[in-house]
Every structure is written in structure tokens, then in C-alpha cells.
Design a protein around this ligand. Structure first.
Ligand SMILES: N[C@@H](CCC(=O)N[C@@H](CS)C(=O)NCC(=O)O)C(=O)O
Length: 202
């Protein structure tokens, strides 16, 4: 199986999951600006969306949308700690967070990476994100992870998008629960390996 990724992009979340679950994937790096593969190939030929992540299955089928890829990996590795059993409330809780992160955080960060977006618009977006993170910090409370003691697919995703705060100038100071969460996740072996492989840590 292949996982198409770009260093530090949202594809880091399924990459972490694959390592957590010892799920074998061959990593294929994508330049998401040029939409090109390392060998110069056209990435649109892999995915007409032009976005990472893509999980290419052994039969050639390609799955897109990070939260869904993460579910596929956890389910196929039968790692119920990463993604609880279908039908259980615990699973809906993880999916509830995945949906929140994708719609409320991930896609509010995206325009902040656009160099041509006006500064005042960026300022407004940072303010919106800061409010959502303040709420999230209060929800995290003393919890080890988003839904309790187990690290799940949602935690890998929150960690990934929260790492974007610094490059886009979003201040998260004073959010102690969130900072503790980021530190806790970054200390996990699978996360350290994923960051190293993507060239984001020594
Ligand atoms: N809805 C998609 C969004 C994926 C996405 O936004 N990918 C970004 C990187 S984080 C990307 O590939 N951007 C390049 C582009 O849009 O051309 C998902 O959740 O997987």
C-alpha cells in the first residue's frame, strides 16, 4: 500500500496512525505546490483532487480524505484503541472530534497559508481559530487525550493541525492543556518516527 503525503501536511495524521498500528505503507512524497511526485510525475494523475493524503490499496483503489483513511488504517490493523468498534458510542466520539478538527480547525488554517490573502482577513481568521482553541483547551481539561486515556485517530489529527499554529502566526499561549497535549503526543515513539521520516525532526 502507498500513502501519498507532503511533509507536515494533514497527511501526517494517517502517517502517524500507520506507524502506531504497524500498518505497512510505502511513503510517496508529493510537492503540493507543484502537484508533482518526486520522480516528476503529475500528482493529478494520482488524485484529481490534487490533495494529500491518498491511500493507495494493494488492488490499486485509491482512498482520499484524511479522517477516512485514518479509520481505514485503524480498522484494518484491528486497533480498537485507535478507532473504537463500529456502532459503539466511543467510536462516534472519535468521529465527532475528527469532524470538528476537519471542518472547524483544518479548513480555517488553510487560507492562512495563502500568501496573497489580505492581512486583515488573516487576523480575523487567527481570532476565530484562537477562540476555538480556547474552547478545545477547556474540553481537554485534565484528559490525557481527546476522548480519555487512549490515543486515537482524532488525537493524531489534532496534533498535526495544531503544529501549523506557529508557521501561520497563531498564538496559542496560555492554553496549558493544549500545550501539555502537544508535548504528550510528540513524545510518542510512532510520532517521533513519523516526524523524523518527514524531515521535521532530528
Ligand atoms: N478534505 C481533505 C483536505 C486535504 C488537504 O487540505 N490537503 C492539503 C494539505 S493539508 C493539500 O493537499 N493541499 C494542496 C492543494 O489543495 O492543492 C482531507 O481531509 O483529506
Amino acid at each position: 500500500m502507498k500513502l501519498y503525503y507532503s511533509p507536515g501536511a494533514c497527511s501526517l495524521a494517517p502517517h502517524i496512525l500507520a506507524r502506531e498500528a504497524s500498518f505497512p505503507v510505502q511513503l510517496e512524497r508529493v510537492d503540493t505546490q507543484a502537484h508533482q511526485l518526486d520522480d516528476g510525475g503529475d500528482y493529478f494523475a494520482v488524485s484529481s483532487k490534487g490533495q494529500v493524503p491518498v491511500l493507495e490499496l494493494d488492488d490499486g483503489e485509491r482512498l482520499t480524505e484524511g479522517p477516512v483513511i485514518a479509520q481505514y488504517i485503524a480498522d484494518h490493523a484491528e486497533r480498537r484503541d485507535l478507532m473504537p468498534s463500529p456502532g459503539t458510542l466511543a467510536r462516534y466520539r472519535v468521529m465527532e472530534w475528527q469532524n470538528y478538527i476537519t471542518s472547524e480547525l483544518h479548513k480555517s488554517f488553510t487560507p492562512l497559508f495563502h500568501l496573497d490573502l489580505a492581512d486583515d482577513v488573516k487576523g480575523t481568521l487567527r481570532g476565530v481559530l484562537r477562540k476555538k482553541y480556547e474552547w478545545l483547551d477547556s474540553r481537554l481539561g485534565e484528559n490525557v487525550y481527546l476522548t480519555g486515556d487512549d490515543f486515537t485517530a482524532a488525537d493524531a489529527y489534532l496534533f498535526t493541525v495544531t503544529n501549523w499554529a506557529k508557521p501561520v502566526g497563531l498564538g496559542l499561549s496560555g492554553l496549558a492543556n493544549l500545550q501539555a497535549f502537544q508535548d504528550r503526543v510528540s513524545a510518542r515513539q510512532a510520532v517521533r518516527e513519523a516526524l523524523k521520516t518527514e524531515g521535521l525532526a532530528a
